[in-house]
Design a protein around this ligand. Structure first.
Ligand code: ADP
Ligand code: MG
Length: 738
């Protein structure tokens, strides 16, 4: 154990402002701050993403071509040559130890001539390379360097850059790994042994985790790759553990709030189901049952309904809404677009036909009310007044409108459709619309829905405060969609097929990665995934990426002049977009050429073909979402992934789509192949690296969850664990989870 005075000193050091650290000047301070690093603790938690292996210490005579090694040697000569025409400078040094001599060469670092004076004893590390002209001559190319002594005398020194495993950090302009090592090493050397650990001792022992100081040392300057990994495991555990504490506390707080007690009216449900032309799937029944149980408790429900596209989430929401309005409360159903809101309104009124009650639609351009099944247009102010008066009804609209204009005073349930489309902050405010009844705050129940399957590990790690219901199976009448990767020479046949389907009254979507033709690097119109691929493949600029406008011309004039072709993209006016989409829904178009805006859950029952151009540019989960736009009836549907050529990795990825119709397993694959941003949507991908790291380790997540529960059970406010509390407070101020 550390002594009391040391504890305070150590606490101070982690909280200490970097401005107060010797050796960090104002210029560097600015760059560090830009990375979000304000305190010593922040800096120490800026972990390297890999290590350079300079652990091989060698004598010059023993160096072997191609190896990466470290030598200690004296500078015998050093000189810089400038090749002005090529804006190049070459600094060449001759170094020697007792076994021989060797050249070292640096490019564009002319200052080294001064920094590494003749006579100095230096430690160099780098790749042993062969001289192109004189093949028997080896040299070190751009080696990392450190001075041991200027006078040339040998002494023990504390290497930061050239010996052992050297940390490599993600760098920004003007802040190199070398600089970061320079700042971090002395802090670790001086304070590592005195740091106060937030993690309780028993936990460290049980899971064989390094204590904080050792972990910092080993993650930055590891003894071996194994110790570095153990250090990382400790921090991952810590991150997951703190996240779990946070989520559990949120949950506990939620449990103290009051919500309407909605009786599980089984008779009403039966009555509804008798009129339904089909059977609910088993999962739909289970989800509904869970929701009914949640809402009966009188504490606010916070449930996420996850189900693949077409699995029938709307119906579950509809039944839940029916229960709530029937008991005198209001329901808001929020959709990300006006079209989708309208579609929900139609679905709700259709299925609720014969059931007394009110359903209304509120979008920018429309305000409709269905009163006991009689649908009519109602002036918006009047409708809003009814809502503010607390009249029980189901209010369907876009989230934007409902949030801004409408204050339901008797809100019992909030349904958020396509929740992954909303930012985290937005969702927070959506759920915070509170009804005040008799001076007591009553919180609405919250049901979010998403077609984005969240892998189990991820939901364990970051959604611990939310209950999840999953619709596992598809309605029985669905035919699996036939998916095929199409190479350029096969496209013509597909175009013909589109025509023959159109003759049967079947429609086609064509998705293009871009709106407009010019390809400009960093263009904001690129889909998120494409931008990622830009980095990943680098060759994206050479690809001829299809744009909606261009393809619309080609299709409507050259390929399908006889068909009715429409266009839809994010730059069109809202009305134009609605118009195009409604035409498609009514069957007034045979083909709709669109960007990924189509992704959102629109139901076009007669669409049977989904063509995705530049399919390589999208993530698997997103491709699956597109595919979900077809196959909504019992008619056979098709998804064609247009690939540029048969570039191996790309087509292998797309081939997964051919065999796999299950959104869940695709999301898991995406997670492993490309990271979480792709399937969560970019708004949500602010997941800390360490959590990302944890996703591959279910056991660790489960252990951290178990320990968090255990601690909170005996010490709900963490009073008995002051060090943990301090760390938790700090964590909370930095991490923005729900
Ligand atoms: P999503 O989960 O993608 O939102 P929807 O709720 O829009 O799916 O449902 C897709 C279609 O399936 C709708 O036309 C809906 O009426 C229908 N549907 C829902 N449940 C069933 C079921 N159990 N059996 C048959 N069809 C169903
Ligand atoms: Mg839906």
């Amino acid at each position: 154990m550390v002594s009391g005075s040391k504890q305070t000193a150590a606490k101070n050091i982690l909280n200490k402002d970097l401005a107060d650290i010797k050796g960090i000047g104002p210029a560097y301070l600015k760059r560090l701050n830009k990375l979000g690093l304000k305190t010593v603790g922040d800096l120490l938690r800026y972990f390297p993403f890999r290590y350079q292996d300079f652990s091989e210490n060698k004598k010059i005579a023993d160096l072997v071509l191609g190896e990466t090694a470290n030598v200690e040697a004296t500078i015998e000569k050093i000189k810089t040559n400038h090749i002005w025409a090529r804006k190049l400078s070459i600094t060449e040094a001759t170094i020697a130890d007792e076994t021989g001599s060797l050249k070292a060469v640096w490019y564009n670092q002319p200052y080294l001539e001064k920094n590494l004076p003749v006579g100095a004893l230096v430690s160099l590390a780098g790749k042993v390379t062969q001289n192109k002209k004189a093949k028997n001559k080896l040299f070190l190319s751009n080696p990392a360097y450190e001075i041991i002594s200027l006078t040339g005398e040998s002494r023990s020194f504390n290497s930061k850059h050239t010996q052992g495993l050297i940390p490599v950090y993600s760098e920004t302009r003007g802040l190199t790994s070398r600089a970061l090592r320079y700042f971090i090493k002395p802090i670790i050397d001086e304070y590592a042994n005195t740091l106060v650990d937030g993690l309780p001792e028993e936990i460290l022992k049980t899971y064989k985790l390094y204590p904080l100081g050792r972990a910092f040392k080993e993650i930055h300057f590891p003894t071996s790759i194994d110790t570095a990994e153990r250090a990382r495991k400790r921090f991952t555990f810590e991150e997951v553990f703190l996240t779990q504490i946070h989520l559990l506390q949120l949950r506990a707080k939620f449990q103290t709030l009051k919500a309407p007690k909605i009786k599980a009216d089984v008779d009403l449900v039966k009555q509804f189901l008798e009129k339904l032309p089909f059977q609910l799937t088993r999962s739909q029944k289970e989800a509904l049952w869970q929701i009914m149980q949640d809402m009966e408790t009188g504490r606010p429900m916070n449930r996420l309904l996850e189900g693949d596209v077409g699995s029938g989430k709307t119906l579950v929401a509809l039944l839940s809404s029916l229960l709530v309005t029937r008991q005198g409360w209001q329901v808001t159903v929020m959709a990300p677009t006006a079209i989708l809101a309208k579609q929900h309104f139609q679905t709700f009124t259709k299925f609720l036909d014969g059931f007394p009650g009110k359903v209304c639609l509120l979008t920018a351009n429309e305000s409709l009310l269905s009163d006991d099944g009689l649908i009519g247009s109602v002036p918006k102010p009047l409708l809003i007044k009814k809502i503010c008066n607390g009249e029980p009804m189901i209010i369907i609209g876009t989230h934007a409108l409902i949030q801004k204009k409408v204050k339901p005073t008797k809100l019992g349930l909030v349904v958020i459709d396509e929740q992954h489309r909303f930012g985290t902050e937005q969702r927070k405010t959506l759920g915070s619309n509170i009804a005040v009844t008799g001076g007591q705050k009553i919180w609405p129940h919250l049901l979010s829905m998403t077609a984005t399957p969240i892998p189990r590990t991820l939901s364990l790690a970051i959604y611990g405060n939310i209950d999840i219901s999953i619709l596992k199976e598809m309605p029985a009448d669905r035919k699996p969609i036939t998916t095929k990767v199409i190479l350029p020479y096969q496209q013509a046949a597909i175009y013909d097929f589109v025509r023959s389907e159109a003759k049967l009254g079947h429609q086609t979507f064509v998705i293009c990665p871009r709106i407009e033709p010019p390809i400009i690097e960093g263009d904001a119109n690129l889909p998120q995934n494409a931008r990622k691929n830009l980095l990943a493949y680098g060759e994206w600029l050479e690809q001829d990426v299809k744009s909606v406008k261009q393809e619309y011309e080609t299709f409507s004039q050259d390929i399908w002049p006889d068909l009715r072709v429409g266009m839809l993209h994010g730059k069109m006016k809202v009305q134009e977009k609605d118009e195009a989409m409604l035409k498609m829904m009514r069957g007034d178009l045979d083909v709709l050429v669109a960007t990924s805006v189509i992704e959102i859950g629109i139901d076009v029952p007669h669409a049977t073909i989904m063509i995705i151009e530049g399919a390589e540019l999208f993530g698997l989960a997103q491709l699956h979402q597109f595919r979900g736009r077809v196959g909504r009836r019992d008619i056979q549907s098709y998804c064609y992934l247009f690939a540029k050529d048969s570039a191996k990795t790309v087509s292998a990825r797309l081939k997964i789509m051919e065999k796999n119709n299950d959104g869940f397993s695709l999301a898991e694959k995406d997670l492993l192949l490309r990271g979480p941003g792709d399937f969560l949507g970019h708004k949500q991908s602010g997941i800390p690296d360490l959590i990302m790291n944890a996703l591959k380790n279910t056991e660790l997540i489960e252990a951290a969850q178990k320990e968090a529960k255990k601690i909170l059970a005996s010490d709900p406010t963490l009073k008995i664990h002051p060090n943990l509390l301090t760390r938790y407070e700090e964590f909370k101020s930095k991490v923005h989870l729900e």
